[in-house]
Design a protein around this ligand. Structure first.
Ligand code: DX5
Ligand code: ZN
Length: 240
């Protein structure tokens, strides 16, 4: 049995009409992580943690001990994006460290096994799809996931330009989720700022990962709040 946080109330998962910004600490100052997180904590309830193994992506970032440390010091919903080749070997460790949800990549294979394992560990289940992978390849797994991550940059680095093709993928995913009558949240990750968030919200995304546009801003909390406000307005005007 994995020990879960006792003192922090379980957040309700995304209601279909709400939007959420998940600041990515990849763009934060790792030497002052607690201070950086404190800047955005009053303005959102999610934190996006990019885990890289130098194999699935050509970069190395943070791992289980950092997730555990963050868990001890903050009550945000911890969304761990596992850009690693063998997530199945580490899911239990991330759950033990206090992750609330993990997303694994479709491209690494064994998706049914990974989804089942995350579910059994009490994690919310995310499935991420790279820019070059047709989003339709994820459709057969929609009933097993809580959130579908449409990558709008090539994973591995922050600060890249938003790939416009992601908009069509979000739209097609949203249509398929609605057609199946599911409550899956579409998350978009990479190159998100107020402008791109607006387009993604209209296309059907409801969770917005933002690194550079938040932690690179003079006031990260305000930047996260602004993205959420713009996305909420676009979501309200553009349907679900
Ligand atoms: C990229 C990561 C993203 C990244 C986004 O590999 O998955 O979460 O931090 O950063 P920005 O917002 O700078 O594109
Ligand atoms: Zn990410």
């Amino acid at each position: 049995m994995v020990s879960r946080r006792a003192t922090i109330p379980e957040l309700p998962f995304l209601a279909p009409c709400s939007v959420r910004v998940a600041p990515s600490i990849l763009a934060a100052d790792f030497g002052r992580l607690a201070d950086e997180i404190a800047k955005i904590a009053p303005f959102t309830d999610w934190l996006h943690l990019d885990v890289m193994d130098g194999h699935f992506v050509p970069n190395i970032s943070l791992g289980v001990p950092v997730v555990a440390s963050i868990r001890r010091h903050c009550s945000l919903w911890l969304d761990c994006h596992l850009m690693i080749s063998e997530p199945g070997r580490y899911l239990e460790a991330f759950a033990e460290a206090g992750a609330d949800g993990c997303s694994v990549h479709l491209e690494v294979g064994a998706t049914p096994e990974h989804c089942e394992k995350m579910r059994s560990l009490g994690l919310k289940v995310g499935l991420a799809v790279n820019p070059e992978t047709p989003i339709e390849r994820a459709f057969c797994f929609l009933e097993s996931v809580d959130y579908l991550v449409v990558m709008s940059v090539h994973p591995g680095f922050g600060g890249q330009a938003f790939i416009e093709e992601a908009l069509g993928k979000i739209e097609r995913a949203r249509q398929e989720i609605d057609r199946l009558g599911l409550e899956v949240t579409v998350q978009v990750d990479g190159g998100i700022d107020e402008e791109t968030a607006r387009g993604c919200a209209i296309a059907g995304a409801r969770c917005f990962v933002a690194g550079t546009s938040v932690f690179g801003a003079p006031d990260p909390g305000r930047a996260a709040g602004q993205i959420a406000a713009v996305a909420a307005r676009a979501a309200a005007g553009g349907g679900r």
